[in-house]
Design a protein around this ligand. Structure first.
Ligand SMILES: [Zn+2]
Length: 347
């Protein structure tokens, strides 16, 4: 997941946990500073050389975040020095935040999907990206007094120690070795262009990252791929085609016991959200901000506001590509989305 920055990045290291959840796989539950997402899961995979591969590494932003990672590893029976390879399910602060320190302290390699610009652009060129976000927010009708909420790059600047680019690019079908056997990489974009899942066939384990959770909490990194909603649907379909799985391990929360149920929840959740956004534009066209207010209500909580607007932009883009709505520029220079006449007649 990704979220705007909290007031403080400090976490309670004593809330970290480390326990084996599948053969040769330890879940490291790392506390997060976000109210709505209190933990992220990293995973330690046993290796044949006696070390571990770490999948994700938690947020940065405060020294206590590192202490939490150390504590979780310790509870699982490991230390930071055991890490030989860091694999990133995707480039968001809660998954990749501490990569730079891990590399510095262990010399480990970093493996991840090469399409990381959706996050690293803002880490590397914060002012340019903040300015681009401000332009877009204005075009979508965000009120002037709320602009700062929607243009922030604090997550990409404060939530990671540095932009750590992958030493090894992971693409679909690549494998990551472990003591339990090879983990196959599945490219699963939607939540983020750099998103991937890891599948271990012999032990029937899937690490899902933020593609899936028991409840429907979508987020789309908008603007770097053609259609994040369709990409999410495609990624969910790929997971469903893996068949029943023994262990399904998401990036947040407990292992998913009912994979089919979670997949259905997400598919229906996307259908409902897309339909709600289209319905909200049926009578009166609006920009993305106004559409968001109509469908999801005014966002009082800045931790959720950018999250919800990014979702709405994803749904609008999806509807435009399906020719159900069109975007025009209003006399005030802002975007307006309207249901296409032919589409309205069909419904
Ligand atoms: Zn996440």
């Amino acid at each position: 997941m990704v979220g705007p920055p909290p007031a403080s990045w400090a976490v309670r290291p004593e809330a970290a946990r480390g326990a084996e959840v599948a053969p040769g796989v330890w879940r490291l539950r790392l506390p997060l500073p976000w109210t709505h997402t209190p933990h992220v899961n990293a995973f330690a995979l046993a290796r044949d050389d006696g070390g571990i591969t770490l999948v994700d590494c938690g947020t940065a932003g405060d020294p206590s975040c590192w202490d939490a990672l150390v504590a979780a590893l310790l509870e699982a029976g490991f230390s930071v020095g055991d890490v030989r390879l860091l694999v990133l399910t995707h480039y968001h602060s809660d998954h990749a935040g501490q990569a730079a320190r891990l590399v510095e302290e262990t010399g480990c390699e970093v493996a991840g999907h090469p399409a990381h610009a959706h996050f690293t652009d803002a880490t590397l060129r914060p002012w340019e990206i903040a300015a681009a976000r401000e332009r877009r927010a204005r075009l979508e009708g965000v009120p002037e007094h709320e602009l700062s909420t929607y243009c922030t790059v604090r997550e990409e600047v404060e939530g990671v120690l540095a932009a750590v680019l992958p030493d090894r690019a992971l693409r679909d079908g690549d494998t990551v070795a472990s003591a339990a056997g090879p983990w196959e990489v599945l490219e699963t974009p939607g939540h983020a262009p750099s998103h991937l899942c890891l599948h271990q066939r012999d032990t029937s384990v899937l690490i899902t990252g933020d593609l899936l959770a028991p409840a429907f909490h979508p987020y789309f990194d908008y603007g770097y791929t053609p259609d994040p909603v369709a990409e999410t649907r495609g990624s969910l379909r790929r997971v469903s085609e893996l068949g029943p799985l023994e262990h399904v391990l998401p990036g947040h929360g407990r292992p998913i016991a009912d994979l089919a149920g979670a997949l259905a929840t997400w598919e229906h959740g996307l259908d409902d959200a897309v339909a709600s956004v289209a319905a909200a534009l049926r009578d009166v066209p609006a920009g993305a901000y106004e559409t968001m207010v109509r469908v999801f209500g005014a966002q009082e909580d800045p931790e959720l506001a950018t999250w919800v607007l990014a979702q709405v932009l994803g749904y609008l883009r999806h509807l435009r590509l399906r020719d159900e709505i069109e975007r025009t520029v209003a006399p005030d220079g802002r975007f307006r989305y309207a249901v296409r006449a032919e589409s309205a007649m069909r419904s």
